[in-house]
Design a protein. Structure first.
Length: 227
């Protein structure tokens, strides 16, 4: 089979909207219309709870890891290790693109790509992603901001690749591009962080908005004479 078919399949795999499906199955809601409106694990946590969020997070990471690990073997990418690595990178990029612009949702309302990118680099550079995830965790614990932790992890990833594999690694320009893309998808979060309006992680949403209570009916005045 042609390696180019793998790019299509990787994009389709990335397009599977786990958060959207979870919202519909568990509460019958479209997460794009509640909370932050993002189809990512953080919004899932705030609206649907920790167990569902963990499942969505693992699924989104697997969408990136599986094409990178299996597709170079499944499709005829050649025996050259460098060529196989480039195809694996291509499959990972296609999966990230599918997550952010899912065809199954008509290219609207995808996630921000952090979990899927983590799966991609977890398969391509496990040592570097371990460093990035450590930075992500520490920043999250210290600051309480998931968005800030994601941005810090994105910055740490190319630095870790340089430290482990050197500046000639083919993963370096990809990691820099992915970090820039993560900053772009988090531009609204960056604005809220600068204004001091970004919610901290762990503050759950109360769920879908409800209608305001009806005003109380006025009580008729008592006709009894005062004594």
């Amino acid at each position: 089979m042609s390696p180019f078919l793998g790019l299509v399949l990787a994009y389709l795999a990335g397009s599977i909207p786990a958060a959207y499906i979870a919202g519909k199955v568990t509460k019958g809601i479209d997460l794009r219309q509640h909370g932050s409106g993002n189809l990512g694990a953080t919004n899932v946590y705030r609206l649907l709870g920790a167990k569902v969020a963990v499942g969505v997070l693992l699924f989104d990471a697997a969408k990136g890891a599986i094409p990178v690990l299996w597709f170079p073997r499944l499709f005829n990418v050649g025996a050259d290790p460098q060529g196989a690595t480039l195809w694996a990178i291509g499959y990972g990029i296609a999966a990230i693109a599918g997550h952010v612009r899912p065809v199954f949702l008509l290219w609207k309302g995808g996630g921000k790509g952090v979990a899927t990118a983590s799966g991609v680099f977890g398969a391509l550079a496990p040592g570097a992603i371990a460093v990035a995830l450590t930075v992500w965790f520490l920043v999250l614990v210290v600051s309480g901001y998931m968005s800030l932790a994601s941005l810090a992890g994105a910055v740490a990833l190319p630095i870790a690749i340089v430290a482990i594999s050197g500046v000639r690694s083919p993963l370096l320009p990809v990691s820099v591009a992915v970090a820039a893309f993560v900053f772009w998808t988090h531009r609204a979060n960056i604005g809220r962080l600068r204004r001091g309006e970004e919610p901290r992680f762990g503050r759950k949403s109360g769920g879908p908005p409800t209608s305001p209570p009806a005003p109380a009916s006025p009580q008729p005045a008592s006709s009894e004479p005062r004594t």
